[in-house]
Design a protein around this ligand. Structure first.
Ligand code: IMP
Ligand code: MG
Length: 179
């Protein structure tokens, strides 16, 4: 699939079967790790929604879903680490096993904020599952329990990830190249 964005071309980084296979495997790992635990999946809006929708269907455990709205101040492609909560959890997570579902860990600043925020609510445990990890740009160390794919330093879109709110509905993950 190719789409033209202001003089740029989209190049496929991860195609649909590759993503689906990996998400299935992550679901199986999570299923094995959380046996007999009360699992609460916390999906970070908006980028992680597509990933979470597929992931939950590959987890064979009773679970509940919660959503956290976070918006980081910054320009289009860089986060500043200053995070604003736009939607909070609807239920307390005290004593629950929490798994945060993120689309991408880039600088790690958003995840650091989220982990600190969750810790104040006394969950039994907090795990992190991110579809993508971009270690080249990471500024702070955050524990990542499940990583779908480690990628090079590209700004990627698709499968939930956006550029100026667009491209979230692509089935693949791609990046913009000049041309
Ligand atoms: P961090 O705080 O720098 O780790 O960035 C976290 C957020 O920035 C992610 O949850 C995304 O919403 C956004 N982000 C970072 N890198 C990308 C990218 O390559 N494509 C789309 N969004 C990105
Ligand atoms: Mg995000």
């Amino acid at each position: 699939m190719e789409a033209v964005v202001t003089g740029k071309r989209m190049e496929v980084l991860l195609d649909e079967p590759t993503i689906q296979q990996r998400v299935q495997a992550l679901g199986q790992e999570i299923t094995a790790d959380y046996q007999d635990k009360e699992l609460v999946l916390i999906t970070v809006l908006k980028g992680s929604v597509v990933f979470a929708a597929d992931l939950v269907r590959s987890i064979e455990l009773p679970l509940t879903m919660e959503f956290m709205g976070l918006s980081s101040y910054g320009d289009d492609t860089k986060s500043t680490g200053v995070v604003r909560v736009t939607l909070d959890l609807s239920k307390p997570i005290e004593g629950k096993h929490v798994l945060i579902v993120e689309d991408i860990v880039d600088t790690g600043l958003t995840m650091q904020y989220l982990l600190r925020n969750m810790a104040t609510r006394n969950p039994a445990s907090v795990g992190v599952c991110t579809l993508l990890h971009k270690p080249a740009r990471q500024k702070v160390d955050v524990p990542l329990d499940y990583v779908g794919f480690t990628i090079d330093d590209h700004f990627v879109v698709g499968y939930g990830l956006d550029y100026q709110q667009r491209y979230r509905n692509l089935r693949m993950i791609g990046h913009m190249v000049d041309g």
